[in-house]
Design a protein around this ligand. Structure first.
Ligand code: NAP
Length: 381
């Protein structure tokens, strides 16, 4: 037993010898008379030599140690790396995350607009209908998992005064600048703020989170060691599940996400409206489309609307999509038009007509149309 190893030599001696030796060493080291120093003293017996060199190394351990002392220490250590996490918004995604937290040994409290008592109980979480009761549990982390559009009202409804000062607030919203700004507006400065976005959901992360990106921005974290450690412990949950951890600013996230996630969801929803069906001759590409519909259609419309409404880059992406579709149609109809003219007018038309080419859109981030003044100036030249 490692915790006892440093005092084992003393334990090897009978109790009476231990007590005598301790007493002798004490006298030898502190209480001899100065006159006695000049007297040649006989060499100490071998059993006392070690005591002379290290007079205080022997301690009595006659008192019984608790038999489960090591287990107690182990529990204390593992508890120190566990968090009390309050999941606010216990819908589809909140429950999905809670399962992983509980699996890793963290304590989960849940709160939501609807009553999820039974669901929470089945997962091993405690459900609180009243946010006052939730906050009085003094969670280490408040995890906001509500729809984007309801986030501000939910946050404002929490009785912050019941929380411990410096509680860590985290969100998992699919847009990032919006919750960051709301947190900074609503939360007193003594609360910590971490904005995150797991780039997967209950469908895409059903089997594993291995190599799935997890974006985070440490927006406001106090300097104290315990606060820094708490954030790391929270992030560790996702590291342990195998996520690829990506630290980036909320603004950067929103720029990338509009061009990737919002476009993906939009295509999924367009295809859903087409009511695609599986056929006996599905190609791999078509299977991919069917999967896309399945992945995106299971998310709520609130989620999709949040991606559009609360990411300032989303509108530009929608316009680009429109332009790209128009350009593609123009190219197709141009080919058709040419074929028809050939049929009508024969070879005489050849070479006299240029086939329209698909216009490449300018890269993301460049304005789609020149500013008004420039356009007018060009016209006048
Ligand atoms: P969601 O439709 O975006 O949000 C549903 C949650 O919001 C439920 O907990 C619901 O509570 C709550 N809610 C909705 N309207 C409310 C209101 N007016 N007042 C109070 N609470 C309200 O679906 P979700 O998939 O669960 O997503 C939750 C959050 O996670 C969203 O911010 C989303 O962007 C983010 N996220 C989702 C995924 C995903 O794949 N699903 C991935 C990454 C991030 P009740 O259930 O109690 O009604």
């Amino acid at each position: 037993m490692a915790s006892f190893s440093s005092i084992q030599p003393a334990a090897a001696q009978p109790p009476s010898a231990t007590a005598t030796s301790t007493h002798t060493s004490h006298l030898l080291s502190h209480h001899h008379h100065p006159d006695q120093l000049s007297l040649p003293s006989p060499p100490p017996p071998p059993s006392h030599r070690r005591l002379l060199r290290r007079p205080h190394c022997i301690r009595a351990i006659d008192a019984a140690q608790p038999y489960d002392y090591e287990a107690y220490l182990f529990n204390r250590f593992s508890q120190s790396s566990k968090l009390k996490i309050a999941v606010v918004g216990f819908g589809n995604f909140g429950q999905f995350l809670a399962k992983a937290f509980i699996r890793q040994g963290h304590t989960v409290f849940a709160h939501s607009r609807s009553n999820y008592h039974a669901v929470a109980q089945s997962l091993g979480a405690a459900f609180f209908t009243d946010p006052h009761d939730l906050c009085e549990q003094h969670p280490d982390v408040i995890l906001i998992c509500t729809s984007v559009i309801s986030t501000e009202s939910v946050l404002r409804s929490l009785p912050l005064q019941r929380l411990r000062r410096n509680t860590l607030f985290v969100d998992v919203l699919s847009v990032k600048e919006f919750p960051k700004n709301i947190f900074l507006q609503v939360l007193p400065h003594h609360f910590d703020v971490l904005c995150t976005h797991p780039m997967f959901g209950p469908e895409s992360g059903k089997v594993t989170w291995q190599n799935l990106p997890f974006v985070f921005d440490k927006v406001r974290i106090g300097n104290e060691e315990s606060r820094v450690n708490r954030v790391e412990t929270f992030l560790d949950i996702f590291k342990k599940e195998g996520c690829t951890m990506v630290e980036m600013s909320c603004a950067e996230h929103d720029r990338y996400a509009a061009g990737s996630q919002f476009i993906t969801h939009t295509m999924g929803r367009i295809l859903e409206k087409l009511q695609l069906e599986s056929t006996p001759i599905n190609t791999k590409g078509y299977e991919t489309l069917l999967n896309l519909v399945e992945n995106t259609a299971s998310d709520s419309f609130d989620l999709y609307y949040g991606l559009f409404m609360y990411n300032k880059n989303a509108m530009e992406q929608l316009e680009r999509l429109d332009l790209a579709f128009e350009a593609l149609k123009t190219e197709l109809f141009g080919h058709l038009h040419e074929a028809l003219r050939k049929q009508l007018f024969g070879k005489s038309e050849e070479g006299g007509h240029r086939r329209p080419m698909l216009a490449k859109l300018p890269k993301n981030g460049t304005p789609l149309l020149p500013p008004q003044s420039e356009a007018v100036a060009n016209k006048n030249n």
